[in-house]
Design a protein around this ligand. Structure first.
Ligand code: SAH
Length: 461
């Protein structure tokens, strides 16, 4: 077997790609030594050049594809290779779905130790372009000093100038043009993160796909946007424009948004619908970015929950109450728990907006709120169904323990990371539950991310 030290930088090899990593990079073996190759696909035969070596693995770049994989396609976007936003545009959409389906399966097998997996077909998008309702464009200058907006190149803060993005809402093109025009004309400065000077850091846009409502928010390193009235003047007549805001972020940080927003024109939020429910979305709220697939995802969660109208349901990690309200249509009572106070404020407003009075929300960490409430009830608190939708790191073990004590008939696990999902399912299935349904949903076409919904049923004791 090769050792890293025997291989030199820029040395070239002919390889066949055998696998794709969880982040979408190709994997090839050089006599047992593993190479990771960005933008390579299973089945590609390619000439690659070594970039960096470690003892047991290394990184190489594609020099030439000798024979392409059968599912290799020409990316639609001209900057697909350099932009860090998409990792899989060179893989046919069918191929991407297959990759995501396999990713879920292999995590459940390897990490979860599951054998007979009740896997259902992944829900793909009918239109895998222009699906995102939210964009956060960094603002910078090119080498001629012209203002540019775009996306960061993979793993860097170098901005790729893209006034058009194929996965974003089409409305963005004109919004970005107008904001750039305003900044050039009014000589508004651009934020420079290396010396923490300049004003405009990011442009945030949100588009309600079902309502057509548009929000534009400039994130600034200061308290005031000079000549704001000129910006309002140029944006307000765009069809659908509903909210023009600034967000103040004066911190030296990688976090995009600061805590404070100010409305320049219009409302504080835009509205959008998922199914029959209307949601108010402010710049700081978490809201799923792909509304079409979200409808399918929540529909699946609702189907798995199998509600008849008599159930008590807990929705943990509820955000602005999106899943909670969806479930409340069919449940007796829903309790939502979420750690971000502003999100709970939105959740309460959303419940009122939709005239739903069978939902109650708690602010706090799910792993603290649920055990507290359970202890307070002296173990009598009921739950027929518990839904969890945690961030990538999954659930705390203490939360899973309380869930097991509460003995719900069903647990519906919505996950954005198959690895932590598999870990948590293993824990639950070793303690009285059985994995009865698994379904993937592609919320982020052309990226390596995949969302999964699972149903766990309590085993008869
Ligand atoms: N179910 C919602 C949000 C899912 S994203 C939706 O579909 O829109 C995960 C949410 O978990 C985020 O809103 C995040 O703020 C919240 N969160 C993160 N850690 C948490 C914790 N320990 N307890 C409760 N909520 C948490």
């Amino acid at each position: 077997m090769y050792q890293g030290k025997e291989i030199k930088k820029n040395q070239e090899f002919l390889v066949t790609i055998e696998d794709l990593t969880a982040e979408g990079a190709g994997v090839a073996k050089l006599d047992g030594y593993t190479l990771f190759i960005k933008d390579a696909l299973i089945g590609d035969q390619a000439k690659v050049a070594i970039m960096k070596t470690k003892k047991n693995y290394g990184y190489a770049r594609l020099v030439e594809i000798i024979k392409p994989a059968l599912n290799r396609v020409e990316p639609v976007c001209s900057v697909a290779k350099s932009c860090g936003g998409c990792q899989l545009q060179h893989l046919s959409y069918e191929g991407q779905l297959q990759y995501k389906q396999n990713k879920i399966m292999s995590c459940l097998q390897r990490i979860g130790g599951f054998k007979d997996i009740p896997m259902e077909p992944i829900m793909g998008m009918e239109e895998p372009y222009h699906y995102r309702n939210k964009a956060q464009f960094p603002v910078g200058r090119d080498k001629n000093g012209k203002i540019i907006t775009g996306f960061y190149a993979g793993r860097t803060h170098h901005i790729i100038d893209t006034s058009h993005c194929d996965i974003q809402a089409k409305e963005n093109d004109v919004l970005l043009e107008k904001v750039k025009e305003f900044m050039e004309e009014q000589r508004i400065s651009v934020y420079d993160e290396t010396n923490h000077t300049g004003l405009v850091r990011h442009i945030l846009t949100r588009v309600g796909f079902h309502t057509g409502e548009i929000m534009v928010c400039l994130i600034i390193n200061g308290d005031k946007l000079p000549k704001a009235e000129k910006l309002v003047e140029s944006l307000k007549d765009i069809p659908g424009m509903t909210s023009i805001q600034i967000n103040i972020n004066k911190e030296k940080t990688n976090r995009i948004l600061g805590d404070r927003c100010e409305v320049l024109w219009g409302k504080e939020y835009i509205e959008d619908t998922i199914g029959d429910i209307v949601y108010q979305i402010s710049p700081l709220s978490f809201y799923q970015v792909n509304p079409v697939q979200t409808t399918k995802l929540y529909g699946t969660a609702l189907e798995f929950a199998g509600l008849t109208g008599n159930e008590i349901v807990w929705d943990l990690y509820c955000g602005i109450g999106t899943i909670s309200l969806f479930l409340a249509q069919k449940a007796k009572q829903v309790y939502g728990v979420e750690i971000v106070p502003q999100a709970i404020e939105d959740a309460k407003k959303n419940a009122k907006r939709n005239h739903m009075d069978n939902v109650e929300f708690f602010v706090g960490a799910a792993e603290e709120v649920l055990p507290q409430q359970y202890a307070k009830s002296q173990g009598t608190m009921a739950a027929d169904v518990i839904v969890v939708d945690p961030p990538r790191k999954g659930c705390e073990e203490s939360l899973l323990d309380t869930m097991i004590q509460m003995k719900p008939e069903k647990i519906v696990y919505v996950s954005c990371d198959p690895a932590t999902l598999a870990r948590d399912l293993k824990y639950l299935c070793e303690r009285g539950y059985e994995l009865t349904r698994v379904r993937g949903c592609d919320m982020f076409g052309h990226s390596y991310h995949v969302e999964t919904v699972c149903l766990l049923s309590r085993k008869a004791q």
